[in-house]
Ligand binder design. Structure first.
Ligand code: 4AD
Length: 461
C-alpha cells in the first residue's frame, strides 16, 4: 500500500473523495472506496499486517493495513483511503460489522510512545482525573459524554415541545438561594458577590413576561465533603411555571423524566448499553425504551417525608448521624436515602418536608403549615436527582421568611417585588444533570459525568 508519511494535507490521500464520517460507515455498500480521518484507538501490529481501530468522534471502525507498515502508536492521527468490506467479526463494542482495507494512508500527527504508560486500568482515581484530557478519548468516557449531550438536547426538545422559553440568568449574583453554608464568594469590583447556587429566583422574575421558562446553566456549591454525588460546579436543569398547583408540578416533573429518558434511549441506547449493559433486558433492542429495566413508569411512588421516616424505622435504616432510629425533623442523608430507594426499587417523589429543613422561599402545605409543598425525586442507586417546590407568593409571608433566616430583604427587592405587582401561585424544580447520568449509566460518581469535574480539592485541569 502507498504511504504518505507525516503530511497534514489529507487531500493527498483523499484524491477528491468526500470524507465519510464513521457514524455512517455501516450504511456504505461493500466494495465502495471511502476516505476517512481519525485517531488510532487501538493498534495491533503484526509482521505483515496491522489491525487498527480508528475513532473519529462520531464512531469507530476496524481498519486493516495489509503489508508491512511502519509501526505507529495509539492516538496517532490518520487520513485513510480504503475499500469497505463486510466483516461480522469486526462488530465488537461500538464497531459496526465492517472492515476497511487500506489503499493509501498518511500520518497527520504522530503520537508519542509514552501514551501507553500514562494511565492504566489500575491507575488511581486522582491520576485518571489529572489525565482527564486523555481519559475522555476512551470508549467509556466518550460514551458518557455523548450521552450527556443527548440528554441536554432531549431536555431542550422536551421544553420546546411545551413551548417553554429558555432564559440565561446571571451566574454572578449577590443573593443566596440554598443556604449560606455552600456559597462560593468572591470580590466583584470591590463588592461581595457569589457564584449562583441556583437560577430559580431569576426564573421566577421571568414568569410575568415569558410564562413557562427554563434554563440549563452551571450552579455552584462549596460542598465541604467529597461524595459520589456532590460537585462544586454542576449542570442545573431548572424550570418554573406560573399558575400551577403542587399536583401539576409533580406531574410535570414525572412527565419530563419519562420523556427525556425515552428520547435519549431512542437516540443513543447503544451507548448506554455499552456502558450499562446489565440494565438491558436479554436480547432486546437497546434503542427501544421498553427494553430497559430502569425505564421509569408513571405514576412514581409518592411518599411524604413523614412516611419516609416511618419507612426507614420499619426497615431498620438508621440515621448515620445518631446511630439511632430517625426522628421526625431529621435529614435523611445520602446513604439512608439510597438504602430506602433500593428497598422501594422504583422512582420516588418524596414530598411535604418540614419547613425547618428546607429553603426560605418554599410555600407551606395548606393542610399543615409546619410542612412545605416541596418535592425531591429519588432514583434507585443515586438518591435525590431533583429538588422542587411551590414558592411563597404572598409578600408579607416572604418578608417574614427573610427575617426568620436572617437574610437582608433589601438585596432581594427584585425578587420580593414579584409579590407586589400581580403575584400568582407558582412553582418549579431543579435537576442535577450529572446525577441523572450516574443513574442512567450506572456510574460510580458524578465526577464521571463531567467533562472536567470540579469538587472539593480539584479545580484542574
Ligand atoms: O435541591 P436543590 O438544592 O434545589 C435547588 O437548588 C432549587 N433552587 C432548584 C429549583 O427549584 N429551581 O438542588 C436541585 C438539584 C438536586 O436535586 C441535585 O440533583 C442537584 O441539583 N445538586 C447537585 N448536584 C451535584 N452536586 C451538588 N453539589 C449538587 N447540589 C444540588
Amino acid at each position: 500500500i502507498d504511504t504518505v508519511k507525516i503530511n497534514a494535507d489529507f487531500r493527498l490521500v483523499s484524491k477528491g473523495l468526500p470524507r465519510t464520517m464513521l457514524r455512517d460507515i455501516a450504511n456504505v455498500a461493500a466494495g465502495t472506496e471511502v476516505f476517512i480521518t481519525g485517531w488510532a484507538h487501538r493498534v495491533r501490529h503484526q509482521s505483515r499486517i496491522a489491525f487498527v481501530v480508528v475513532r473519529d468522534g462520531t464512531g469507530f471502525v476496524q481498519v486493516v493495513f495489509p503489508g508491512a507498515i511502519e509501526a505507529f502508536h495509539r492516538e496517532t492521527s490518520l487520513a485513510i483511503r480504503a475499500i469497505v468490506r463486510s466483516e461480522p467479526k469486526a462488530a465488537v463494542e461500538l464497531q459496526p460489522a465492517v472492515e476497511l482495507h487500506v489503499e493509501e494512508y498518511s500520518i497527520i500527527g504522530n503520537s508519542d510512545g509514552d501514551i501507553e504508560n500514562i494511565i492504566t486500568e489500575d491507575s488511581s482515581q486522582d491520576k485518571k482525573l489529572d489525565q482527564r484530557h486523555l481519559v475522555i478519548r476512551g470508549t467509556n468516557a466518550s460514551s458518557v459524554l455523548k450521552t450527556r449531550h443527548e440528554l441536554l438536547r432531549a431536555f431542550r426538545e422536551h421544553f420546546w415541545g411545551r413551548d417553554m422559553i429558555e432564559v440565561t440568568p446571571p451566574t454572578l449574583v449577590q443573593t443566596q438561594c440554598e443556604g449560606g453554608s455552600t456559597l462560593f464568594d468572591l470580590m466583584y469590583y470591590g463588592e461581595k458577590a457569589y457564584l449562583t447556587q441556583s437560577s430559580q429566583l431569576y426564573l421566577e422574575t421571568c414568569l410575568t413576561s415569558m410564562g413557562d421558562v427554563y434554563c440549563i446553566l452551571p450552579s455552584y456549591r462549596a460542598e465541604k465533603s467529597k461524595t459520589r454525588r456532590h460537585l462544586s460546579e454542576f449542570t442545573h436543569v431548572e424550570a418554573e411555571y406560573p399558575n400551577i398547583t403542587f399536583e401539576d408540578l409533580l406531574d410535570r416533573i414525572e412527565n419530563m423524566i419519562i420523556d427525556v429518558v425515552s428520547i435519549v434511549v431512542r437516540r443513543c441506547g447503544d451507548l448506554i448499553a455499552f456502558v450499562n449493559p446489565q440494565q438491558l433486558k436479554e436480547g432486546c433492542d437497546p434503542k427501544e425504551p421498553s427494553s430497559w429495566k430502569f425505564m421509569p413508569k408513571k405514576p412514581f411512588r409518592r411518599l411524604k417525608y413523614s412516611d419516609a421516616i416511618k419507612f426507614c424505622n420499619e426497615h431498620n435504616i438508621l440515621n448515620p448521624e445518631t446511630g439511632a432510629a430517625f426522628q421526625f425533623g431529621e435529614d435523611i442523608s445520602d446513604q439512608p436515602e439510597r438504602a430506602m430507594v433500593a428497598l422501594i426499587g422504583e422512582c420516588v417523589l418524596m414530598t411535604h418536608f418540614p419547613a425547618e429543613m428546607k429553603s426560605f422561599y418554599m410555600s407551606r402545605d395548606p393542610a399543615d403549615k409546619t410542612l412545605t409543598e416541596s418535592v425531591d425525586v429519588l432514583m434507585p442507586g443515586v438518591g435525590e436527582i431533583v429538588g422542587g417546590s411551590m414558592r411563597m407568593w404572598n409578600y408579607e409571608e416572604l418578608m417574614g421568611a427573610y427575617k426568620k433566616e436572617n437574610l437582608d430583604p433589601s438585596t432581594y427587592y427584585w425578587y420580593t417585588e414579584q409579590r407586589k405587582y400581580g403575584s400568582v401561585p407558582h412553582g418549579g424544580f431543579g435537576l442535577g444533570l450529572e446525577r441523572l447520568i450516574v443513574w442512567l449509566m450506572n456510574q460510580d460518581s458524578v465526577k464521571d459525568a463531567c467533562l472536567f469535574p470540579r469538587y472539593m480539592g480539584r479545580c484542574t485541569p
